[in-house]
Design a protein around this ligand. Structure first.
Ligand code: NAP
Length: 279
């Protein structure tokens, strides 16, 4: 199959590696000429160009640009395509994207691979990034079934686990497990940097180990992506943040009241509930 990728960064470049290894011919388009050359040199794509017309030969195209560009890019892209081409995207927010693109392109299927790292750009792309990771597909009642089946077959070949849901359900769910953690983790780093004694701050930085590495990882990631999550999933994220603030207030109260019994009961619950999210 001829597979197009628009936006050769972490996700687009990683998809390219795996799709080529499956024997597909991968056509890449990116903004910068240097990125196109790097993507070909690294073996992430077979051909690359800054011109969208390269993607006219693709059977299916993955839009992998930053969220804010997905809809405007599709508006430009479709002028180069024949109507049989399937378009899918990898944006971390689904409802506004699906709502905007569905009326423009009949063979559009929204998607979101739940995989990533703290890095960005073509150099950060990795092979096998999607293995054993969830990949959400958000078709609606009008999405052609054969387009869904073709996307599913490709996603399955990446080793990913497929989930289907409504775009709005997706946005609420990722608000809890992806967008809220970014804000919480960023707040953790900012709060620690609020230590006013420079010697204590330096000591804390020297002592930071695996616990801090785990809890600060997503807050120390790509700032552009974090802003996009907040901007495009604003309502759901605000709801999650408010619930989180209630939980923090509850913890503050328990510690102020020295209510160690209730605190322990609460921590016992979270100890038991964590495996419900992370196997
Ligand atoms: P990224 O590494 O920054 O890659 C985005 C790439 O898009 C850039 O490398 C850039 O390539 C290219 N680009 C920017 N403007 C463009 C334009 N006008 N035309 C064509 N290409 C353009 O970002 P990413 O992490 O891969 O994220 C891409 C998408 O994946 C986003 O929609 C995000 O929501 C989604 N996503 C991200 C993650 C994650 O954890 N990172 C996970 C799942 C989904 P140049 O070098 O050519 O400028």
């Amino acid at each position: 199959m001829n597979i197009g990728i628009l936006g050769l960064g972490l996700i687009g470049g990683s998809l390219g590696y795996d799709l080529r290894s499956q024997g597909h011919h991968v056509l890449g388009v990116s903004r910068r000429e240097s990125t196109c050359q790097t993507a070909v040199a690294l073996g992430s794509v077979d051909e690359a160009s800054v011109e969208m017309s390269l993607l006219a030969a693709a059977d299916i195209i993955f839009i992998c640009t930053p969220i804010a560009l997905i809809v405007p890019q599709v508006e430009q892209l479709i002028t180069h395509l024949n109507t049989a081409t399937i378009i899918t995207d990898v944006g971390s927010v689904k409802a506004p994207i699906v709502k905007a693109i569905s009326p423009l392109w009949e063979r559009f299927v929204g998607g979101h691979p739940m995989a990533g790292t703290a890095d960005s750009g073509i150099e950060a792309a990795q092979k096998n990034l999607f293995v054993d990771r969830p990949y959400v597909i958000t078709p609606d009642a009008t999405t052609p079934l054969d387009a869904i089946a073709i996307l599913e077959e490709i996603v399955r070949s990446l080793g990913a686990k497929i989930y289907h849901c409504q775009p709005e359900q997706h946005d609420l769910a990722v608000s809890w497990i992806s967008h809220l953690p970014v804000m919480v983790s960023a707040s953790l780093i900012a709060a620690c940097m609020g230590e006013t004694d420079p010697e204590v701050l330096q000591l804390a930085q020297n002592l930071a180990s695996s616990g801090f590495r785990d809890t600060s990882r997503v807050g120390g990631g790509n700032p552009e992506l974090g802003v996009m999550m907040a901007r495009y999933n604003r309502q759901a994220l605000l709801g999650s943040l408010q619930k989180y603030r209630q939980n923090l207030d509850e913890l503050i109260n328990l510690i102020e009241q020295e209510d160690w019994t209730i605190l322990e009961a609460k921590l016992l619950s979270t100890h038991q509930e964590r495996p419900l999210f992370i196997e």
